[in-house]
Design a protein around this ligand. Structure first.
Ligand SMILES: [Zn+2]
Length: 914
């Protein structure tokens, strides 16, 4: 084994300042504030690096306390502030925050607080102070409220009408003697190399520095990152050759490129060596560059990645501990980024070793359009042995040149499944990237902890809908085997509804057949489906003849019923032969024959899928954009109706541009009003076929359904949308869906969870500690169902959500809801029945009859112990922990440990007499 050590180095910290002495021994007071003297200005008038916050004004002025400039803030509304760039802070350190000020009214120091990953964590408000005519010094002490606040912004505010103040010589400092910077560990590894020569002399360099003579073996220290191993060799005889031996990493020996004419800087990273040729390496390891007689140069990039979740990682999502449910398919996302970002990459291989019985499922073509997903070109599986255990090595090769379009890398969702029960509690995957012939990553180990099998249960009423898989667009799932496995996984998770999609999204008959087969498997396992009818109204697709021939023909034959696009220009987003309807006409009784044709398309979908849970319409109208582009309908009929709607003079005719520029707000409202009338017609036609209509609108905006009372059967909204719901958001979400219920009526509502979009360098929505927490999917699911009073949750599961143990936790939340469904659908919230010392999340109490279901959440990333005290218990009761079935000894006062970003669920009922 090559020793992997940790080198202790101290943080290099900021500027020593010449502050006034605040404490008795302040020799090492270090100021962290940027431009606190406001001496640097900008063309906008603000001090450099500072930002105005709120309504009001801020600028640098020359009436200074120290130096030549100061900052003046004038109140506008509520509180007007100006803040400096974020500062890294440490828990337990006392920070001295101070400033000079003069002016009128009240001023206030506020410290904005953030987690390491940038989540806003609330502000620390210091007491407002009265400004004086003369310069006066104000000093405060700041400490972080907990270990999760690791960034702050220093903000100076003026508060209240008439307030205005000049600020100067602000500082945010700490005593480095009292709070020495912590030592951080820089991961490093040692690479053992032996260089042999034959009829040649050779010199070895690492990042341009010559290493010790290599014949006896050289140990090279590497810190995390990319390094260039280079070699110059000069022939001294007839058969010149060099041989690099690296027993721990033998794959390095054959990964050199060579040239006789290297460009400047070739020994450093970032050099383009794409014109260099691959060095010819004989079976016994000797290499040279053809039969070059003189000096030759070789180079390769070696990447050292200390961990699978560190900064140089190429495995997503970023979790500290990978978990894998027994018998389940999961996805490992390979981030195909080069080790040297500046180098061209044209032959990317990923070597992944997995212990048997793990096996990679079949891969077929995948769509590369969404989320930078890329399909392997070739996968070669070889049985090998590692540490005495049987493994399979997958050499996964990718198409050439895919990095030219996506320089930060693409990703590949690799589906793996253990084919049998894994007896070990933890197994290890090994991997390395070979982004091109001459880039090689030192192998990385990834421990994977085995979980019990996914053990979800399908609720009967609560909708658990996953609309997309196995569409390769978003999930990466495409082969028949992957599709069938994902059907089984969804059923095991307790997802009870999938979708059937008779639309061009399926793209080919082969994909459609594969999808249908997976859906049949899902039904066999107890699942239902909704039919996704996107293209029969919804979005701006209009009607294509190949998909909806009846409505398309109707519009073709009745040009007067078609939409007039903004300025009469069809954006042709969906092709020349797509026809759109006039909104006003489609919402009126005149359009009945057209709706007869549409109803036939709905009826046609029922031929293949006769018993859907609902017919689904994705309504993402761009109601208006600033240019009006792509919007319809701007015909005279619609304009006339708009005048009536907006109480404008009858007969007032507006050109399209005036509407967009001058009447954008009422026009948007009018479009929402028109849309609601169309929803009502869709619902009527669905109901005529005995079906329920479900409509999706984007999240957080009441406008799309403001006029839709009675027009919908099921309401699906993109809230919380692209992120997670912590229990702290429950009250907000509950209020939101209650408001929606008032607006559109008491119908089932379905929120949405889009757990992660790994398209921008795998930025899965980070948790407070910057990591992805699969358990949070269970919390979000429960919070969504609680907020909608038993409505459900849409799981738009893309690869990260199939990963790292997430299916297990979603399964646990669904088993809980299926086992106690009446609490969620008919129960009442009585949170007041439990008091707690729990500072880390909400405690929700659902009652049903005399029973209680207590959900105690932990929003923090670390495990917390809490005490829950119940009030008003009726006689003798017992309390049982739901996930593991353990009884709690004292139902009145319960002690439970809650894992990070998860919950404890407790069922309380009368103790049985017998
Ligand atoms: Zn119109």
């Amino acid at each position: 084994m090559i020793p992997t050590g940790h080198r202790k180095v101290a943080f290099a910290f900021a500027i020593l300042s010449s502050l006034p002495c605040l404490t008795s021994s302040c020799a090492e007071q270090i100021d962290l504030l940027t431009n606190g003297g406001f001496e640097k200005g900008t063309s906008t008038g603000l001090p450099e690096s500072w930002t105005l916050n709120g309504v009001g004004s801020a600028e640098t002025i020359t009436d200074a306390h120290g130096g030549k400039r100061a900052l003046r803030i004038i109140f506008g509304k509520e509180s007007t502030g100006c803040y400096a760039p974020k500062i890294e802070v440490r828990s337990g350190v006392e920070y001295h925050a101070g400033f000079w000020a003069r002016g009128t009214g009240a001023l206030q120091l506020i410290v904005y607080q953030y987690s390491e990953s940038g989540h806003f964590m609330g502000s620390k408000f210091f007491d407002a102070r009265v400004a004086t005519q003369d310069w006066k010094r104000f000093d405060e002490i700041y400490k972080t409220p907990d270990a999760f606040v690791s960034l702050v912004a220093f903000a100076l505010h003026v508060v209240g009408d008439g307030s205005a103040a000049a600020f100067d010589d602000a500082s945010f400092s700490y005593d480095a003697t009292k709070y020495p910077p912590p030592e951080v560990e820089t991961p490093e590894t040692a690479l053992s190399l032996t260089v042999e020569t034959r009829d040649a002399e050779a010199t070895v360099f690492i990042d341009g520095t010559e290493t010790a003579p290599g014949t006896a073996g050289t140990s090279i220290k590497l810190i995390e990152g990319a390094h260039v191993l280079s070699l110059t060799a000069t022939a001294t005889g007839d058969r010149p050759a060099v041989r690099i031996l690296c027993p721990e990493h033998p794959y390095l020996q054959s990964a050199f490129r060579g040239t006789t004419t290297p460009a400047d800087g070739w020994m450093k990273a970032g050099c383009d060596d794409s014109t260099w040729v691959r060095a010819e390496v004989a079976e016994d390891g000797w290499m040279w560059l053809g039969n070059s007689p003189g000096r030759v140069c070789f180079r390769q990039v070696i990447g050292y990645t200390h961990s699978f979740h560190g900064p140089q990682r190429c495995i997503a999502p970023r979790v500290k501990q990978w978990e894998w449910p027994q018998h389940s398919m999961q996805v490992v996302n390979l981030w195909l980024r080069p080790l040297d970002d500046k180098a061209k990459v044209n032959d990317f291989h990923f070597i992944l070793d997995v212990p048997q019985p793990f096996r990679m499922l079949a891969t077929e073509t995948r769509c590369v359009n969404w989320f930078s997903i890329i399909t392997p070109k070739k996968v070669i599986a070889t049985p090998i042995t590692r540490s005495g255990l049987p493994y399979t090595r997958y050499d996964i090769a990718y198409p050439s040149n895919f990095h030219t379009e996506r320089p930060t890398g693409c990703f590949s969702a690799v589906c793996l499944k253990p084919d049998a029960y894994v007896r070990l509690k933890e197994v290890t995957f090994y991997y390395r990237r070979q982004p091109s012939v001459n880039q090689t990553e030192l192998e990385v180990a990834m421990p994977v902890r085995m979980l019990p099998p996914v053990n979800g249960k399908m609720p009967k009423q609560i909708l658990q809908w996953s609309p997309l898989p196995p569409v390769e667009d978003s999930s990466g799932i495409s082969s028949k085997e992957e599709a069938l496995e994902s059907a089984r996984l969804y059923a095991a998770m307790g997802i009870n509804t999938w979708s059937a999609r008779p639309d061009p999204f399926a793209r080919s008959q082969e994909r459609k057949d594969r999808w249908d087969e997976a859906l049949r498997e899902f039904q066999r396992l107890g699942g239902r489906y909704g039919i996704w009818l996107n293209n029969s109204l919804g979005l701006n697709y209009g009607f294509a003849e190949y998909f909806a021939p009846g409505p398309a023909r109707y519009l073709k034959e009745h040009p007067e019923c078609r939409a007039r696009w903004y300025r009469g220009v069809n954006p042709k987003t969906y092709g020349e032969n797509h026809f759109n309807y006039c909104n006003e006409w489609a919402g009126s009784d005149d359009s009945a024959p057209f709706w007869d044709e549409i109803q036939k398309t709905y009826a046609m979908s029922l031929v293949n899928w006769p018993h859907p849970a609902f017919l689904f319409f994705d309504w993402e109208h761009a109601r208006i954009d600033r240019q009006g582009n792509g919007n319809h309908c701007f015909c005279d009929r619609c304009k006339k109706a708009f005048c009536e709607f907006a109480n404008l003079p009858a007969g007032a005719v507006f050109d399209d541009e005036t509407i967009v520029k001058k009447y954008a707000a009422p026009w948007t409202q009018f479009r929402c009003f028109q849309d609601a009338r169309i929803y009502a017609r869709i619902k009527k036609r669905c109901n005529a076929l005995g079906q329920k209509m479900m409509l999706y609108v984007a999240g957080g905006d009441i406008d799309p359904v403001r006029y839709a009372k009675g027009c919908l059967d099921i309401f699906h909204e993109g809230t919380p949308g692209n992120g997670y719901a912590y229990s702290s958001q429950l009250d907000f979400l509950t209020a939101h869906f209650d408001e929606m219920r008032k607006t559109i009526g008491n119908i089932p509502m379905l929120p949405q969870m889009l757990p992660s979009f790994p398209n921008n360098g795998f930025n899965t929505e980070p948790s407070l500690d910057g990591y992805y927490h699969p358990r949070l999917l269970a919390v979000t699911n429960l919070v969504g169902v609680l907020a909608t009073r038993g409505g459900g949750m849409e799981h738009w599961l893309i690869p990260s959500a199939y990963s790292a143990g997430a299916p297990f936790y979603v399964g646990e939340s669904n088993r809980l809801m299926a086992s106690f469904e009446e609490f969620f659908t008919q129960g009442e919230r009585h949170d007041e029945l439990v008091t707690t010392n729990n500072p880390c999340g909400k405690v929700v109490v659902l009652t049903h009859g005399k029973e209680r279901l207590i959900l105690a959440f932990n929003d923090k990333p670390t495990s917390q112990r809490v005490t829950l005290t119940q009030k008003g218990l009726p006689g003798k009761t017992k309390a049982v922990l739901c996930f593991d079935g353990k009884p709690l000894p004292n139902a009145g006062k319960m002690e439970v440990a809650i894992p990070g970003e998860y919950l404890a669920a407790i069922h309380v009922k009368a103790a049985a007499l017998r």
